[in-house]
Structures are given as structure tokens and as C-alpha cells.
Design a protein around this ligand. Structure first.
Ligand code: HEM
Ligand code: HEM
Length: 132
């Protein structure tokens, strides 16, 4: 398995543990949970679920189509954008709840990085798969 694919899977599982830990934290400290629901939801859905789909998708979908991945370069760039974007969103989100804060800029930047990573994944897979 290609090393970047293994890293997608590793990061997915790290986000799974982090997302579940934040979930347990929200149960233990319900008074603070409002700051963390969005972090929890995205660590699990963008981190665990999406990152797992990126890794498994990049490994399996080219094989299903009998082709090589369209762009190994995009696969690597997307890895960094997806991780930097998600970590930036997860770190900044709790500080942006309620009042205006400089963390909003980090949140916006991170959200755009995440969006670009989603677009890159979609292009890379669409250019890879073909019907028979
Ligand atoms: C140890 C495991 C988990 C615990 C203890 C946990 C706990 C929680 C808690 C306490 C909330 C807030 C509920 C509320 O006050 O509205 C929540 C929300 C949420 N959780 Fe989890 N969770 C866990 C795993 C997961 C996983 C694996 C996923 C997705 C793959 C997930 C997705 C969500 C989502 C999307 C919300 C937000 C729902 C909404 O918008 O109301 N959680 N979770
Ligand atoms: C560029 C990527 C994304 C951005 C910038 C983003 C942003 C947001 C924002 C601003 C909210 C509202 C939070 C609030 O109530 O204050 C939200 C909620 C939510 N998003 Fe996302 N999202 C992204 C991707 C995704 C993806 C890929 C999924 C699922 C696979 C997802 C699932 C959810 C869910 C379940 C909620 C409701 C839970 C909550 O209240 O936090 N999001 N998202």
C-alpha cells in the first residue's frame, strides 16, 4: 500500500480517537459541550469518516477501474490540505462561538483549505474512474 494511503488511514483513526474523546468530554462536562459539538462532529465526519474514505478510495477505486490514479501529486497535496484544514477548524472553532475573535480568520482559512481538499479529491477520483 502506498505510504500516503497508509497516512490517510492513520490520520483517520487518530481523528476517530480524538472525536470519540471529545464526545466523552461533552458528556462529562455538559456545561461546556456547546463549544465542542461542532469540533466533535467534524473530527468524526471529516476526520474519521472522510479521511478513511480518501484512503480506502485512493487504494481501491483505481484498481476497480483497472487504471492508475490520475494524479499521485494531487493525492499528496490533498493529504496536507485536508489535515491542515481540519486541524485548523478543530482548534479555532471553540474560540469563535459567541463573540468576535481573531480565530475566525483561522477558521475561514482552514474551511477553504478543507473545501479545496474535497474538490481535489473529487477531481482526482472522477478523472481516475471510468465505466466499462
Ligand atoms: C465515544 C463515542 C461518542 C460519544 C461519547 C459521543 C457523544 C456525543 C455528544 C455528547 C453529542 C452532543 C449531543 C448534544 O448535546 O446535542 C454528540 C453529537 C454528535 N455526534 Fe457524537 N459521540 C460519539 C461518537 C460519534 C461518532 C463516531 C460520530 C460520527 C461518525 C458522531 C457524530 C456526532 C454528530 C454529527 C453530532 C452532532 C449532532 C447534532 O448536530 O446535534 N459521534 N456526540
Ligand atoms: C469545508 C468543509 C466543512 C465546513 C467549512 C463545515 C462547516 C460547518 C458549519 C459552519 C456548521 C454549523 C456549526 C454551528 O452550528 O455553529 C456545520 C455543521 C455540521 N456539519 Fe459541517 N462543514 C464542513 C464539512 C462537513 C462534512 C463533510 C460533513 C459530513 C460528512 C459535515 C457535517 C456536519 C454536521 C453533521 C453538522 C451539524 C453538527 C453541528 O452542529 O456541529 N460537515 N458545518
Amino acid at each position: 500500500m502506498e505510504s500516503v494511503v497508509v497516512w490517510y488511514l492513520r490520520m483517520s483513526l487518530i481523528y476517530f480517537v480524538a472525536g470519540a474523546a471529545v464526545g466523552v468530554g461533552m458528556i462529562l462536562w455538559p456545561g461546556e459541550s456547546g463549544y465542542f459539538v461542532t469540533v466533535h462532529a467534524h473530527l468524526n465526519l471529516l476526520g474519521f469518516m472522510s479521511m478513511m474514505i480518501y484512503g480506502v478510495g485512493y487504494h481501491i477505486l483505481p484498481k476497480f477501474s483497472g487504471r492508475h490514479i490520475y494524479s499521485p501529486g494531487i493525492m499528496k497535496v490533498q493529504f496536507w490540505l485536508a489535515n491542515a484544514g481540519l486541524i485548523g477548524m478543530a482548534v479555532s472553532w471553540p474560540f469563535t462561538i459567541g463573540e468576535a475573535s481573531p480565530f475566525e480568520y483561522l477558521l475561514m482559512l482552514s474551511a477553504f483549505m478543507t473545501l479545496i481538499s474535497v474538490v481535489l479529491f473529487s477531481i482526482n477520483i472522477l478523472k481516475t474512474v471510468k465505466s466499462v
